[in-house]
Design a protein around this ligand. Structure first.
Ligand SMILES: C[S@@+](CC[C@H](N)C(=O)[O-])C[C@H]1O[C@@H](n2cnc3c(N)ncnc32)[C@H](O)[C@@H]1O
Length: 345
């Protein structure tokens, strides 16, 4: 069943498969590039022209409270060959830095993320310093959210969301009740509506009232009708969720056919509670379509380090995701291309 589902999704997206695969394979390298950019902007690469210890770097940055995370950054860059051991310290290897930087222009999978990389260069490196200094980031910071908003306009994300929908049953999802958790400003919401010819009941849910307001004002063009705001559509409703997960979401038990959550799960600091809510609101045999970057097997993962440095909770391993699913009562769970989780209640 899972094989045929994957086969159908691949065939339907055959034009985009090369890009989807290339992006999935380049996520680790992308994360290394983000770390290089941050260290460059913070002056750490220049400092590391000479061999330096973690304490040297920590002192240089000043006020570092997350020494563990700084250590992870350094070790990740060491594993990527960007830093090399010398005289019991770490020194930068500029040739390797240039190699990774060159990928930014050469590889189409990297070019997809140009907006994000510019964001890291211009503002996000300061968020990273804040995180290292121990500033509590309960929610995505405004600068990260803004960069992500513009990044998410890239057509690749429309392709990725459609791939997720395809894995979840494709056009058979027409007429279903779909909950879009972490709808953000509505980019995914628009994809779902267009993909299903506006034939579904869509619940847009987010954790901030202002984000939900923005989403409600997003423009769409239903077939045979003029351009409308999402809030004008009869088949779309909006729900504010409690990010602390202390209270149940205002959605009845077993009332939803599909829970769709794209690039949101890693932000939550209450992953099991959130998974339990996905399960509670889903009808029996309902489907969860969760898209989030899954860390590879290795102990240290560049994807996880950058996820945390950007203020999110963490990037999960395959095993962690499968355990969360099992604990929440999902029957089957599959992960495709290290990002697309499909599970049945
Ligand atoms: C990059 S946006 C994803 C938007 C949208 N799903 C899309 O496809 O573009 C990240 C989402 O994570 C949510 N988020 C941020 N911090 C959170 C937290 N602490 N708990 C739960 N969700 C959070 C945001 O509200 C936002 O909807």
């Amino acid at each position: 069943m899972s094989f045929f589902r994957l086969l159908r999704a691949v065939l339907k997206n055959i034009r985009h498969m090369r890009l989807l695969l290339a992006v999935s394979r380049s996520l680790d390298a992308l994360a290394v590039l983000k770390l290089i950019i941050c260290f460059d902007r913070l002056g750490v690469l220049e400092l590391m022209n000479e061999p330096r210890s973690v304490d040297d770097v920590s002192e240089f940055l000043g006020g570092v409270k997350r020494r563990d995370l700084l250590m992870e950054m350094l070790l990740t860059l060491k594993e990527a060959g960007v830093l090399v051991e010398e005289d019991s310290g770490l020194r930068v290897d500029w040739r390797r830095v240039e190699k990774v930087r060159a990928m930014r222009e050469k590889q189409i999978s990297m070019r997809v993320f140009e907006v994000l990389l510019r964001g890291v260069e211009n503002v996000i490196y300061s968020t990273v310093l804040n995180v290292l200094r121990g500033v509590d980031v309960d929610f995505v910071s405004p600068e990260v959210a803004t960069v992500l908003y513009f990044q998410r306009q890239h057509p690749f994300f429309d392709v990725a969301r459609r791939f997720a929908l395809e894995l979840g049953g494709g056009r058979s999802l027409e007429g279903k009740v779909i909950l879009d958790v972490g709808c953000g400003f509505g980019a995914g919401t628009v994809t779902i509506l267009n993909y299903l010819n506006f034939n579904c009941h869509l619940i847009c849910a987010d954790f901030y009232p202002n984000v939900l307001d923005e989403c409600a004002c997003t423009l769409v063009k239903p077939p045979g009708s003029p351009v409308k705001q999402l809030r004008e559509l009869d088949n779309v409703e909006f729900t504010l969720l409690d990010p602390s997960m202390k209270s149940k979401w205002p959605i009845p038990d077993e009332s939803v056919d599909v829970v769709f959550s794209f690039d949101q799960f890693q932000w939550s600091h209450k992953p099991q509670e959130m998974m339990n809510e996905f399960s509670r609101v889903l009808k029996k045999n309902g489907i969860l379509l969760l898209t989030t970057s899954i860390r590879r097997k290795r102990k240290r993962s560049s994807i996880d380090v950058t996820t945390r440095l950007f203020g999110a909770n963490k990037a999960y391993s395959k095993k962690e995701i499968l355990t969360l699913l099992k604990n929440a009562g999902f029957k089957q769970g599959r992960i495709y291309l290290s990002s697309f989780v499909v599970a049945k209640k």
